[in-house]
Design a protein around this ligand. Structure first.
Ligand code: EPZ
Length: 426
């Protein structure tokens, strides 16, 4: 099993280019099921979750021609051979739930294994199912499978009682082929929802308000093929900016839209970073200074993203002062705190609040990744810990970060992927 070996102490500097957004690529790949014509995607990140989604689409009968090196793929779902998404695939990636809406809308039936919980929480999908029922679908859950049927979905007004990103995406996709108009209230406003809507509208859908709390979808009889470029990954961008802040360095990240992560940029400025944004880049410079502690309260977009919480906990662990972190989105997203404590971090977790007292120096040690963003937090801590940090179970990282160690090496970090523990780290 691969591990990441990090020798701490390097100050990051230089330039990298952000990859396409994982959390836009996954729903956009699934929306290809809504049409019988080819959907060509560019700026598609080379990630395990993207490969898993492409496998799932092939299982359903779609043709997927991917060119990972060119970051492109063309999906054509002209003939679907089954409407069942198997447990073997769904259990490895919760986002498989995103085939439910498109499959039901396109073929009138969908059987999707109920995604189980994961390390960060129960992750229910009740709102996805309630929304489809509100659109006239008959939805049952038995034997670990969601079974949805509808000759044709009907437009409706549906208020989501919790802001849910994939819930908004599933229902928005289902509504594109419904009879009549659907209004989704309390919708998720994440940029990835808006990017999905842009792709669907290019396919002939009639969606307005995506990216706001009220999304209106006017149903159409069919969608046609299109081409779409996936937007940059704001969480990857934020992860590298925090790494630069923690190592007191200076980096520029290209091919990124401003406005994708304003709440994160404001927090980095509070930590003492100098941030400058251009049309297609974000630059951060610490002028060699130690970051100051910041307080974090996670919230749906445009609030502070929960997917950046672990990274900021790592920064607070070496910052000047005491930071308070409140995780309001998921009920168990502090697994990384226990691993950071192994590196000497002074963190006290009480319920959904973590108090982080900054230390001048962490000590390298073997640690274990538990989920995607927790792993990122451990990598960042390893960059500033003394001696070596060895991170195990980095398949979590490979799900959501493209060529992570390569990009960190491009910025001067000493990070390598190993399969056994070398003498220097023993
Ligand atoms: C998406 O997950 C992202 N994944 C997550 O990113 C991200 O952390 C999360 O949104 C929040 O921003 C993808 O987009 C593929 P939610 P999602 O539904 O949609 C509750 C990463 O690291 N809820 O917005 O599954 C739920 O329990 C991943 O890239 C219900 O109660 O999250 C949670 O408390 C991790 N019922 C809250 O809503 C439902 O039917 C937000 O969850 C659905 C959700």
């Amino acid at each position: 099993m691969d591990k990441l070996l990090i020798e701490g102490g390097a100050r990051l500097s230089g330039e990298i280019t952000a990859s396409g957004a994982k959390n836009a690529a996954l729903p956009i790949l699934c929306c290809a099921l809504l049409s019988g014509e080819p959907l060509r995607l560019t700026n598609l990140p080379q990630l395990q979750d993207v490969r898993t989604t492409q496998r799932l689409l092939r299982e359903l009968g779609a043709q997927v021609d991917a060119d990972p090196d060119a970051a492109t793929a063309t999906v054509c779902a002209s003939t679907l051979t089954t409407h069942t998404a198997p447990y073997e695939l769904v259990k490895t990636m919760r986002a498989s739930i995103l085939v439910l809406g498109p499959l039901l809308a396109r073929s009138g039936e969908a059987r999707v294994s109920l995604p189980g919980g994961c390390a960060i929480g129960a992750r229910p999908v009740d709102i996805h199912l309630e929304g489809l029922r509100a659109m006239g679908a008959e939805v049952t859950v038995e034997g670990g499978f969601i079974h949805a049927r509808a000759l044709r979905l009907r437009g409706t007004r549906f208020v989501m009682d919790t802001v849910t990103v994939t819930g908004t995406e599933n229902l928005m996709m289902a509504a594109t082929l419904a009879e009549g108009t659907t209004v989704l209230e309390n919708a998720a406003r994440e940029p990835e929802v808006a990017d999905l809507a842009r792709c669907l509208n290019a396919m002939g859908a009639r969606i307005s308000g995506a990216g706001t709390a009220t999304v209106t979808v006017e149903g159409v009889p069919a969608l046609h093929g299109a081409e779409h470029r996936v937007l940059p990954d704001r969480i990857e961008i934020g992860t590298f900016l925090v790494a630069a802040a923690m190592t007191r360095g200076s980096v520029t990240i290209h091919a990124t839209g401003s406005g994708l992560l304003d709440a994160v940029l404001r927090k980095l400025e509070r930590a003492g970073a100098r941030i400058s944004c251009g049309d297609d880049h974000i630059a951060l410079d610490m002028d060699g200074a130690r970051p100051k502690s910041v307080d974090i309260h996670t919230a749906p977009f445009p609030g502070f993203p929960t997917d950046m919480q672990a990274q900021f906990m790592a920064m607070d662990a070496v910052a000047d002062g005491v930071g308070t972190i409140v995780e309001n989105v998921f009920e168990n997203r502090y697994m990384h705190a226990l691993e950071l404590q192994r590196l000497g971090a002074d963190i006290r977790v009480e319920g959904n609040t973590a108090i982080v007292r900054g230390r001048e120096q962490l000590q390298g040690a073997p640690v274990m990744a538990t989920d995607l963003r927790a792993s990122a937090g451990l990598v960042l801590a390893g960059l500033v810990a003394d001696r070596h940090t060895l991170i195990d179970r980095i398949y979590h990282l490979d799900r959501g970060y493209e060529r992570l160690e390569e990009k960190f090496r491009d910025l001067g970090a000493h990070v390598q992927r190993v399969t056994r523990i070398p003498q220097e780290a023993a």
